[in-house]
Design a protein around this ligand. Structure first.
Ligand SMILES: [Zn+2]
Length: 404
């Protein structure tokens, strides 16, 4: 029997909490989505779109100025509909001690993200409605073409401009030079040039009592971010293991691949959205007092279609993300070979600890996981890590040369 976990298990007290938290997350996600869809459908049916558009039309005859009045109002409606589920989830995370975020901080983050949604959302909707008018049949294609440079630019600027609005980042080299040196061995083993200036620490401990790390950005803004909670809650080997996984995302170009995949998915979903909206406005437009798709009275219907398609797109996006995460797990474990005594043990133990700290359910519902999870379950990750030994005779590592 190996001396490390081969199956992810929790002690009875943590198991109860993990199961309860898992159920709460499922309820918040599926219940929250159902609530938003039903509420939007009722609002659309009530003719609210026509009333809001009529109010804006009485204030100004200019269509784009009407949009500046109508779009933020509907975006606020959508934010308000999402609020019960996110409040409930925050309460649950506080209850189980994973979130340590004060209400003051939570409210300030909520206010900032709402302001961003209003600004970015209003601009995007102004463009979309202009396309509805200019190209009633091909708007979805033009909007997709415009979305590509916007997404590339967003991935580039978000780590530099948006993320610092919510959390503080400092260079890892300044914060923990010894750690940068030990991570340097993983960098070297990968045959890489990741300068320490691309490694950052985030002050997550103000909000969360669990570790994490991630890779973000594009081109000159590409970076590896480690939460400060990882530095205090994990052993040096666990930090190495977590870092090696992130280096996998970095080396395997997962940000670029993710963008390419999202462009393909967006094209399909924009086309479906166009068909759905054309059908719904022709079929129910008169009943719901929606004059035409290019009239601001259709905005509630647009949000209803977006919410529905966004929900349907979740498993499509998550399947790709799980594929990337598994590849990064394989890379990470291979990268630890020759650096830690037993990569299988270190990786399996590190996932076991991560699962305990985040209270991950050892036996989550597979359908819920398939729909909502961006990562393989902790149980799958422990099982894989414990059994993956590409250096035994007859096996071959996927990302590193077979010797030494
Ligand atoms: Zn990952």
């Amino acid at each position: 029997m190996p001396s490390f976990p081969t199956v992810y298990t929790l002690p009875p007290d943590k198991l109860l909490k993990a199961e309860a938290l898992g159920h709460a997350r499922t309820l918040a996600h599926f219940g929250g989505t159902a609530w938003t869809l039903i509420a939007l459908w009722l609002l659309v049916q009530s003719g609210l779109g026509a009333r809001i558009a009529g109010w804006a039309a009485r204030i100004t005859p200019r269509r784009w100025l009407q949009g500046i009045l109508v779009a933020p109002l509907w975006l606020l409606v959508l934010t308000a509909l999402d609020l019960p589920a996110s409040l409930y989830l925050h309460l649950q995370y506080r209850l189980y001690g994973i979130s340590v975020e004060s209400w003051q901080l939570w409210l300030s983050d909520f206010a900032k993200s709402t302001a961003l949604t209003l600004i970015v959302g209003t601009a995007a909707l102004a463009v979309l409605y202009a396309l509805f008018r200019k190209s009633p049949r091909r708007w979805w294609l033009w909007f997709w073409i415009l979305a590509i440079p916007c997404e590339i630019a967003a991935v580039f600027v978000v780590p530099i401009t948006i993320d610092p609005l919510f959390d503080h980042f400092s260079p890892l080299a300044q914060n923990n030079p010894a750690l940068v040196r030990s991570l340097g061995r993983v960098v070297q083993r990968g045959g890489l040039q990741i300068p320490p200036s691309r490694m950052f620490v985030m002050d997550a401990s103000r909000k969360v009592a669990a570790p994490n790390a991630y890779v973000t950005g594009f081109g000159a803004s590409k970076r590896i971010v480690v939460w400060d909670t990882s530095l205090t809650m994990e052993t040096p080997d666990e930090i190495l293991s977590m870092y090696a996984h992130e280096q996998g995302h970095y080396v395997l170009h997962h940000i670029y691949l993710g963008m390419l995949y999202s462009f393909a998915v967006m094209l399909v979903f924009f086309w479906i959205g166009a068909r759905l909206l054309a059908w719904a406005s022709a079929r129910f437009g008169a009943r719901w007092r929606i004059r035409s798709l290019d009239d601001w009275s259709s905005l509630g219907l647009l949000f209803l279609a977006m919410s529905l398609l966004g929900f349907v797109a979740e498993p499509v996006a998550n399947a790709f993300s799980r594929w990337e995460e598994h590849a990064a797990d394989v890379y990470g474990q291979e990268a630890l070979h020759g650096i830690v005594a037993d990569p299988q043990a270190v990786t399996a133990e590190s996932f076991q600890r991560l699962g305990e700290l985040w209270l991950e359910d050892p036996a989550p519902n597979p359908l819920v996981g398939w729909w909502t999870d961006s990562h393989p379950s902790v149980a799958e990750r422990v099982r894989f890590a414990a059994h993956y030994d590409p250096w035994q005779p007859g096996s071959h590592p996927r990302y590193f040369p077979p010797s030494p």
